[in-house]
Design a protein around this ligand. Sequence first.
Ligand code: GDP
Length: 445
Amino acid sequence: MFDTLQDRLAATFKGLRGKGRLTDADIDATARQIRIALLEADVNLGVVKDFVAAVKQRCRGEELSKALNPTQQIIKIVNEELVEILGGQTRTVRFAKNPPTVIMLAGLQGAGKTTLAGKLARWFKDEGHSPLLAACDLQRPNAVTQLQVVGERAGVHVFAPEPGNGVGDPIQVARDSVEEARHKLYDVLIIDTAGRLGVDAELMQQAADIKAATDPSETLFVVDAMIGQDAVNTAVAFQEGVGFDGVVLTKLDGDARGGAALSIARVVGKPIMFASSGEGLKDFDVFHPDRMASRILDMGDMLTLIEQAEKAFDQEQSQAAAEKLMAGKGQFGLDDFLGLMRQMRQMGPMSKIMGMLPGVGQMKSVSDIDEREVDRIEAIICAMTPAERADVGILNGSRRARIARGTGVEVRDVNNLVNRFVDARKMMNQMSQGMGGGMMGSMAR
Ligand code: GDP
């Protein structure tokens, strides 16, 4: 997702590189290209207009004329405006004063609600809560069973109507599930509700009734990011018919253009709170507007990368890597890279992780990354001496030939790896200089 947008924006900024001063004509041309990039990515027209107007206004203002490096300043402005349309600050879950905190999921059939219910439950569990799932989708014949399977996988109990008790009333089940949670001291209750293939009045009414009966702390609108502008239209319909507090984007692993989903927060004025990017329980994350913007601008998502590594693995090693990255000047070596890569590999497919690395998004489609290629990268780095890993600058022709021989690859493969690594690192250094308070700054916070 967002590949085209990334490519387009990268090309736009590349065209400006090296220019000491930007004329009004440069700014207009840039604004036009950004407009085309956003429209091509399927971002909502109204959102595009506002976005481009804001960027243009800021570029014409003092900000740019005072900047030492106008191109980096434009990237900074675009980044900040992107964060803004994505909802600004990261929005965390509001917990109820008196447990259980009720989280209700609403959305169309196939949006990914049931799958999400499991991921969310698992996430709450990992955060130290004791969640309960409630099966209130009594429309789809096997929805209850599906939630039970998902719950089992997540290790979370599912409250469901007894089989054979007739069709059941989802509003009553929802009410009972709140009682059950209160009674058995579950502090978070996640309610899965029924969806339809299209928006319809009965569906809206049922969701509104469940909402009224359970008074959720958060009603989350779950939407498939691959359905294009329909995502925006459906969001508007649900906002009017049911009302919600936050959005969950699903199927961000798909190859659709995705821009429509990025417009929802601005159009309905509600934040995107979570994002789902696969069918596995762990393919799920809190949505951070700033990190998503960095990712779209292909600055990589080093913060997420390092945070995930920190969470699961060797804290000291991750911390040291983060510090070296921030220090710039090539201190971040291949050893640090290898360390992070090994830690990350234990967490999931490398393709997902590589997508977070700066520059990689531009180089190839993330889904094309072959795990065997990652094995090869690891082997090449392992064939280097510690000194070579610390300073790739000493890798002359004969060293490269030795490494290639030792790994059973071509010298070209070694060159490739080194070049990619150096490019990515250079890019991060540039970003950290040009954007003082930006991504690199936020890593220190
Ligand atoms: P519901 O009808 O809203 O409950 O949707 P489901 O949870 O049943 O999901 C519909 C389909 O989408 C299922 O086949 C899921 O496995 C799939 N799905 C859900 N979330 C994701 C995701 O983030 N990525 C991908 N690729 N598939 C997903």
